[in-house]
Design a protein. Structure first.
Length: 97
């Protein structure tokens, strides 16, 4: 699904992540800034790509500012930004996730 509106989820507090999803003309781009990039950067990027594929996101830029968040937190922030960008506030398809 193509993203048509920007949305933000999360904070810049320690052990959290802030995710911004924005429309993009073509394809998907991930920009990651992380306090643990050297140790976990590749893992975080792969986690984001896998979730983007699962959600069916197309034509979007995902900017992740990670402050040492766990995988479950990163997933929750990406999912929240995605649903906010769609304007969806109920009737989530949890089976997909």
């Amino acid at each position: 699904m193509a993203i048509t509106t920007s949305a933000l989820a999360g904070t810049l507090e320690s052990s959290d992540a802030q995710v911004l999803i924005e429309p993009r003309p073509q394809g998907v781009a991930i920009h990651l800034e992380s306090s643990v990039y050297a140790q976990y950067g590749a893992h975080i990027e792969q986690l984001a790509r896998d979730l983007i594929t699962t959600l069916g996101i197309t034509n979007a830029t995902l900017t992740i500012t990670d402050k040492g968040a766990l995988d479950c937190t990163l997933k929750a922030r990406i999912e929240t930004a995605y649903y906010r960008a769609l304007g969806q506030q109920h009737d989530f398809d949890w089976g997909v996730l």
